[in-house]
Design a protein around this ligand. Structure first.
Ligand SMILES: Nc1ncnc2c1ncn2[C@@H]1O[C@H](COP(=O)(O)OP(=O)(O)O)[C@@H](O)[C@H]1O
Ligand SMILES: [Mg+2]
Length: 996
């Protein structure tokens, strides 16, 4: 199989449009000529008929139609970007949102409810292997359940200026959890969400985690009305009987700046709006808030609520979920009180005198906030507008400016909210695993679902984006390692001769971020220095990292000050250093923390205490009976910066906490098998069923799907079991060989013969233990041969069928003509005899009248002669002939001009019979003949000789219905539609006997 033959005339290829953004168009090779040893000249004709000539460059090949919208991209014979994109796009156009790409499931967001999650569908995927049914999330979840694999739902991708928030990760994660936690026999009503019906308490509790975490951890962003602003890892725990016994929830990096600031197109966390919209007015009054949330600084910076969100309804769902989790009404009131306190906190009016910040003593918002928080008002005010600096010998309080005081105020709000979130997660865990983690101790296996933020790249990228992208970089690395290891494991398992290949490794970028002298450690070092600033941090970065060794991954941007650029696996991202240090430190002043921990509000104390659990401490307190869980735990991942509460313990920074928790998570993932679901966003406008190829392509590239494909093409991307291969391609070998081998199930032998017959070069394939491994393009060649063979068969069958049909048609035609001519003959004969009889009767009557008259005259003459002498008598015969006479032979023939057949059958009398009337006498010769004729069956006369003599030109014959007439020149041509109609529905009723 040479390159020349790959591009043979008629081959379909993809031609890039003018700009890559626009994707590709399809073209066909018109001519292919060799211009040098390694260059071809191709003339291509595209869809619009335009011709293009390419010399040297070879366009990507299009797949055979069978494979074009394959449900697994790994089965594509030509693995190239346009083919992958086309497959995903054409499936999406058929409303198929899921496609496999090897071990990865690609899910394209439909942006509207789809009937893919009904109880019937849930049922159909239970107990089925992946690949048995259409690609689906449930197939992956079922696979995970069967082999106890960890399931990872990660989001990755971006194009300039947009992240892939809203791709559908959280929805997918929810669906997977619902599927796994669904009872084996789901309810049968049609409601898509109903497969929770009949769930056990623990299953209901697992599903209740979603509304709670969404209310407190999701917010409306520019790209997603319900964007998760934290990472989430949920472990579903199973006992030895595969029954769900509980679950664990671990969260990562809740976005905290959102509490105090939102852009105009975004919102704060849903729970604040839910509270204002859903709480009865008397409860609102007791919290000193109203349904009009615009009075709060923390809520009025953002945009309006989206019409899609009904905050009131969602609030009730949140309350129900809190009840299911076991957070009673009293606790719920306490939660709402803390939330209200934060809203009031944001309204504290901080003004600036010439030198320092001031807050009115009676500031109503402060009074209200402190009342709900149970914190001493004077102390709070003091430590909001002042800062204490500890020197070696003494403590000095210095004043703050208004912006600094606002920072302190907001840091308290953010801290309290983060603590509350952490407390909720702990409460959820307690309810899902029992206070001492009993369920975790009983669990034998687990399935983890990771739904973590995707790659982010905004106009201005800060510390949050840095952390998120760092997480994605690590996840991508795990993905690459896993996918390529898995792909290459197959070669080892099948004992294939194979040299291992390298993949595009993103380790240098990871080292740059988390290495010993990497960005995170420099940031930590600088954060701990009392005089450290963002500028000094950047200086150190450049000094340490702007070296030739890091050239590929670290850059100093030319046009941005106070920024640095990292070349991520997906894209280069420039980070503005402003705020890095503050965000990394992210601690409330110690004085304020002391106030909070000493609060008179017992609930707030509990919340802060829970959150201040040191990072790394076991989440579940040791069980009194000493049971320990076998299930690995990624550990507590709280991002609440702790202070060690007055001890001299070094404060962990946000960066170091995140790095640590990510490390444990990765270690855990490495010990398990992973399924990946890549969620793709088909357009930026959340429009249902709109597919923007360039955007999806960028996501496929960034998600490593195309890189995986690149690696695959370097090896043997097509792997078929001998049986599957043989069953599909046995028709390529001799018809005497194939079927007997199939009968004996000699699949490998058939495979060998097929490859020989197709002339596939030895370098293009390898035989494994159970599979045949094929290089890229081989399958396409085999498909082409197969369709050529099938076309030949089809051609023969078509012609054979035509021949048979034509024969049948002619037979019918002849029969119809015969029936018609005989029928007409019989009818005419009948009419002839009736006419004949009538004329005979008339002649008879005339003769009798003549005879009577003659007799009368004779009698009269006798009398006269007797009276006056004799006269000469007249001949009776002469007179009868002259006056009346019977109809002559020619006259009757003229009346019934039937043609030669009838003529030959009729023996007409030369003259009327002189015999007496029929009654009471012997029939005349003519009468006997006519009787004989009328009795004769029509078929007696249908001999070929009589047909040959039949009067085809007679007017009667011309009346043969047109639609029965064969098409002009029919004998050697294909049947016409009229003919087909005739064949399908004859114009006569076949049950009618034409003889009657
Ligand atoms: N499978 C799906 N069926 C219907 N709509 C979906 C599906 N997946 C996502 N969506 C829509 O897309 C929106 C964003 O999805 P989400 O999972 O929140 O995105 P992400 O977590 O990736 O940011 C959802 O609110 C929903 O409207
Ligand atoms: Mg999400």
């Amino acid at each position: 199989m040479t390159t020349l033959s790959l591009y043979a005339p008629g081959t379909r290829v993809y031609l890039p449009r003018e700009s890559e953004e626009e994707g590709w168009i399809t073209a066909e090779v018109v001519t292919c000529t060799k211009v040098s040893a390694d260059a071809l000249k191709l003339v291509l004709r595209d869809e619009s008929g335009q011709e293009t000539t390419l010399t040297g460059t070879l366009p990507p090949l299009r797949n055979p139609p069978l494979l074009e919208s394959a449900d697994d991209l790994a089965t594509l014979s030509h693995l190239n970007e346009p083919s992958v994109l086309y497959a995903v796009q054409s499936r999406y156009a058929q409303r198929k949102i899921y496609t496999y790409s090897g071990i990865v499931l690609l899910a394209v967001n439909p942006f509207e409810p789809v009937p893919l999650y009904t109880p019937e569908i849930v049922k159909s995927y239970i107990g089925r292997n992946k690949g048995e049914l259409e690609p689906h999330l449930f197939a992956i979840a079922e696979d995970a359940r069967e082999v106890r694999w960890i399931f990872l739902n990660s989001r990755l991708k971006l194009t300039d200026g947009c992240d892939e928030s809203g791709a559908g990760k959280t929805e997918s994660a929810k669906l997977v959890m619902r599927f796994i936690a669904a009872p084996k026999a789901p309810a049968t009503n049609a409601d898509q969400n109903s497969f929770v019906d009949g769930a056990s308490l623990v299953e209901q509790q697992i599903q209740a985690t979603n509304p709670i975490l969404e209310a407190f951890g999701n917010a409306k962003t520019t790209r997603n009305d319900n964007s998760s602003r934290f990472g989430k890892f949920i472990q579903l725990l199973f006992d030895s009987n595969r029954q769900i016994v509980g679950a664990r929830v671990r969260t990562y990096l809740l976005e905290r700046t959102r509490i105090s600031y939102q852009t105009t197109t975004e919102r704060n966390y849903h729970i604040f709006y839910q509270l204002c919209a859903g709480l009865p007015s008397k409860n609102l009054e007791s919290l000193r808030i109203s349904a009009d949330y615009s009075q709060f600084h923390y809520l009025n910076q953002g945009g309006p609520s989206s019409a899609e969100l009904s905050d009131r309804d969602k609030f009730h769902a949140t309350q129900d979920a809190l009840n299911i989790i076991g957070i009673d009404a009293g606790k719920q009131t306490s939660i709402f009180q803390v939330l209200a306190a934060l809203l009031h906190l944001g309204n504290i009016n901080i003004t600036q005198t010439r030198t320092e910040a001031i807050i009115e003593d009676e500031d109503p918002a402060m009074v209200q906030a402190m009342e709900f928080l149970g914190v001493n008002l004077t102390e709070f005010k003091r430590w909001t507008i002042k800062k204490q600096i500890t020197t070696r010998s003494e403590k000095i309080a210095t004043t703050l400016t208004a912006p600094q005081a606002v920072q302190v105020r907001d840091s308290i709000s953010r801290f309290v909210y983060a603590c509350l979130f952490e407390w909720l997660v702990t409460a959820i865990n307690e309810s899902l695993t029992g206070k001492y983690g009993d369920a975790a101790a009983r669990a034998e296996t687990h399935i983890g679902v990771l739904d973590i933020y995707g790659f982010e790249h905004f106009e201005k990228n800060s510390f949050e984006q840095f952390c998120i992208n760092y997480a994605n970089e690590r996840l991508q690395h795990e993905f690459n390692t896993y996918v390529f290891k898995l792909a290459q494991d197959d070669y080892v398992k099948e004992k294939i001769n194979w040299t291992f290949i390298d993949f595009d490794d993103n380790q240098p970028a990871i080292d740059l971020m988390e290495g010993k002298l990497g960005i995170l450690s420099i940031l930590d070092e600088e954060s701990r220095l009392p005089l450290g600033t963002d500028a000094s941090f950047l200086q150190k970065l450049n000094a340490q990292l702007d070296k030739p060794a890091n050239k590929a991954v670290y850059k100093m941007p030319k046009f941005a000050n106070a920024a640095f650029t990292i070349a991520h696996y997906a894209l280069d991202v420039t980070y503005q250093v402003e705020g890095f240090l503050e965000k990394n430190r992210d601690t409330v002043p110690e004085e304020q923390l002391a106030l909070l921990t000493a609060s008179s509000n017992p609930f707030l104390r509990e919340v802060v205490d829970t959150a201040l659990h040191r990072v790394g401490e076991p989440v579940e307190p040791p069980s009194p009976n000493g049971a320990v869980s076998k299930i690995p735990d990624p550990g507590r991942t709280s991002l609440v910066g702790t202070t060690g509460r007055g001890t001299s313990v070094k404060k962990p920074t946000l960066g170091s906490i995140f790095k640590g928790s990510l490390g444990t998570l990765m270690d855990m993932l490495r010990t398990t098998n992973v399924h990946y679901i890549r969620c793709l966003k088909p357009n930026q406008h959340k429009m249902p069923w709109e597919f923007h190829p360039s955007q999806v392509l960028a996501q496929l590239r960034a998600a490593g799907v195309l890189e995986t494909i690149r690696i695959s093409t370097a090896g043997y991307p097509s792997r078929w079991t001998f049986e599957t291969f043989a069953r599909r391609y046995y028709i390529l070998i001799h018809w005497r060989e194939g079927p007997p081998l199939i009968k004996r199930e000699q699949w490998k032998r058939i495979t060998v013969l097929v490859l020989q017959k197709a002339g596939i070069d030895k370098s293009k394939h390898q035989f494994g233990e159970t599979k045949i491994f094929l290089r890229t393009g081989v399958l396409a060649t085999l498909e082409a041969l197969r369709s050529a063979r099938l076309n030949a068969v089809l051609f023969m069958q078509t012609n054979m069928r035509r021949l048979i049909a034509m024969r049948k048609y002619r037979h019918f035609q002849r029969s119809v003509v015969a029936i018609q001519s005989h029928w007409r003959g019989a009818t005419a004969r009948k009419a002839f005899h009736q006419a004949l009889e009538k004329s005979l009767k008339e002649a008879e009557a005339a003769r009798e009248a003549e005879a009577a008259k003659a007799a009368k005259e004779a009698a009269m003459a006798g009398r006269e002669s007797r009276a006056g002498g004799r006269k000469t008598p007249t001949s009776i015969n002469d007179r009868s002939t002259a006056s009346t006479g019977s109809p002559s032979k020619t006259k009757i023939r003229k009346m019934f001009s039937f043609g030669s057949k009838e003529k030959s059958a009729l023996v007409l009398p030369d003259q009327p019979s002189p015999e007496p009337p029929l009654i009471g006498r012997q029939p005349s010769r003519l009468e006997a003949a006519s009787k004989r004729l009328s009795r004769r069956s029509w078929y007696d006369t249908s001999t070929s000789s009589s047909r040959a003599k039949s009067p085809v030109k007679s007017p009667n014959r011309a009346k043969t219905p047109n639609h029965l007439a064969p098409p002009a020149g029919h004998s050697s041509k294909m049947p016409t539609p009229i003919y087909d109609q005739f064949m399908k529905k004859p114009p006569w009723n076949s049950s009618t006997n034409l003889l009657h």
